[in-house]
Write a protein that binds this ligand. Structure first.
Ligand code: FAD
Length: 480
């Protein structure tokens, strides 16, 4: 019996889309398959995280924990060692090398795939997707007017730009305001003073790119991420049960259980990062267990502390930030920004330090928004996402964390029904899984989705996403 080729369109060729394609090519699909990988940027396999930059730009995660393949955890390291023979699993390697790894692995998987599985890479900007016929197919339309009919579509749209910072509308159109550091690479003139809004990972990237400028960085609590360490994760089976019990009760009980676990780990001479990894491995199940009002409470009270311990910096990066602080080139403030005003060639920034009533003014040459990706789909300015929401083909969770999905990332519509043949993979899975940002989590979602798509008779999608237990089985997620 001959089969017509099935067409699978993947929108977005950052880490997630590229990894889904690689898995599908490696799985040797049983019948003719055409994979169309669509990317609006000029290079595949990069996204905002792994692009080439003309300044040092290391990964935030050591090489030994960046494989895209959970069954070969050192795959990236082995690739890197072909270029950098001395590289070790604990090294923080250049982001552009990681982009090269994604591109090369895709290319190799394409070459090794059977003749009935084809990959077509196309540069284009998808602006709409809609069902056609009896809702068994989807039409994928590009901005240039071309379109594809697909049997399945995987949306891998990635990291949205940072959200709007109130008051910055007064800076609209000024080249002195950088609203998206990933779209406009930081370019600071020697001797100038800049304000960075945010004190997290993007702040570190921006500051280290701007040698010879002076920086003020402000966030509500002024928390700077701690360093990564080369700790060894010992597993946490008994502690896991305690965490799960606590999560069924309340956010407060959960946080208390996390603190107890941290104390216990440190008490036996371990590293607190081990406890965070333990919690992270269980995060989707913990998130499912937390009652809805308790999720909101967690976000209100615990999120900044969770985020700052969870997202860490390479030791070398942190040491450079300390040096800049000692040299008075970097000032970290805890406080609230009250407003901005353009004053000639400068920007005047009013702000108030945390716990103080006094209004202070900073006169700076540039302001950069480093508050991190804004994942709330309702606020998205992306034409494709807006179109999907308007058609009811996608919906957000009540906390605005991302997109609602079922098992395998199948999108849920505005009435919480599974949208046939439309899948999502990427950081907006956090609406149902909480932790879903780093390569180590996304690779597992990519593997599961590819297996589902490649199954001879695709398993039915269940409305409730499969929880962390299955993710845990696939790999232990180490710290990012
Ligand atoms: C600055 C930064 C640094 C990071 N560093 C690390 C790290 O060191 N280690 C780690 O594990 N994780 C890191 N992360 C987490 C990161 O989210 C994931 O590792 C991963 O890059 C996410 O991949 P993605 O494919 O989901 O998104 P992205 O990499 O953002 O890719 C999405 C792609 O989709 C394309 N696209 C979007 N919409 C359309 C459309 N309509 N039509 C066509 N193409 C479209 C975009 O152009 C983009 O290339 C980092 C994230 C950021 C933002």
């Amino acid at each position: 019996m001959t089969h017509l080729p099935r067409t699978l369109v993947i929108v977005g060729a950052g880490f997630s889309g590229t990894t889904v394609a690689i898995n599908l090519l490696r799985l040797s699909y049983w019948r003719p398959l055409r994979i169309v990988l669509l990317e609006r940027a000029y290079r595949m396999g990069r996204g905002v995280a792994y692009a080439d930059k003309d300044y040092p730009y290391p990964l935030n995660v050591p090489a030994g924990r960046m494989s895209l393949n959970s069954s070969d955890p050192l795959e990236f390291l082995k690739f890197a060692q072909q270029r950098l023979p001395g590289a070790t699993a604990d090294d923080f390697l250049p982001r552009s090398l990681y982009g090269e790894y994604l591109e090369t692995t895709l290319h190799d998987a394409e070459l090794a795939s059977p003749p009935h599985v084809q990959l077509t890479k196309i540069h284009g900007d998808v602006c709409s997707i809609e069902h056609v016929g009896s809702k068994r197919s989807l039409r994928v339309e590009l901005k240039d007017g071309s379109s594809f009919i697909a049997d399945d579509v995987v949306l891998a749209l990635g990291n949205p730009p940072p959200g709007h910072v109130p008051g910055t509308e007064r800076l609209a159109g000024s080249r002195r305001y950088i609203s998206d550091p990933w779209a406009s690479p930081p370019q600071f003139e020697p001797g100038e003073t800049a304000l960075i809004i945010g004190t997290g990972l993007s702040m570190a990237d921006a500051v280290l790119a701007g040698a010879n400028a002076t920086f003020h960085a402000i966030s509500r609590r002024g928390l700077v991420p701690p360093s990564q360490t080369a700790f060894r994760h010992a597993g946490c089976d008994d502690d896991g049960a305690k965490l799960l019990r606590a999560a069924s009760l309340s956010a407060r009980r959960l946080m208390r259980a996390v603190r107890e676990l941290t104390d216990e780990v440190q008490g036996r001479g371990g590293d607190w990062r081990e406890a965070i990894t333990c919690v992270r491995n269980l995060a989707p199940t913990l998130w499912h267990r937390l009652p809805q009002p308790e999720r909101a409470r967690f976000l209100r009270h615990a999120r900044p502390y969770w985020d700052v311990h969870r997202h860490r910096l390479p030791q070398e990066t942190l040491a450079k930030l300390h040096d800049l602080r000692r040299a008075n080139k970097l000032h970290i403030h805890a406080g609230r920004i009250l407003g901005f005003e353009l004053v000639g060639e400068k920007i005047s920034v009013q702000w108030r330090a945390r716990g103080s009533d006094e209004i202070q003014t900073l006169l700076v040459d540039r302001v950069m928004n480093c508050t991190g990706a804004d994942y709330n789909p309702i606020r998205s300015r992306d034409h494709l996402l807006r179109s999907l929401l308007a058609q009811g083909l996608a919906t957000t969770d009540t906390l605005g964390l991302g997109l609602r999905t079922a098992n395998y990332g199948a999108l849920l519509d505005s009435r919480n029904r599974i949208v046939p043949n439309l899948y999502y993979i990427g950081p907006m899975l956090r609406a149902d899984h909480w932790e879903c940002t780093a390569a180590q989590e996304l690779r597992i979602h990519a593997e599961r989705l590819a297996h589902h798509l490649a199954a001879p008779a695709m398993a039915p999608v269940l409305a409730t996403p499969r929880s962390a237990a299955s993710l845990r089985g696939a790999a232990n997620i180490a710290a990012f």
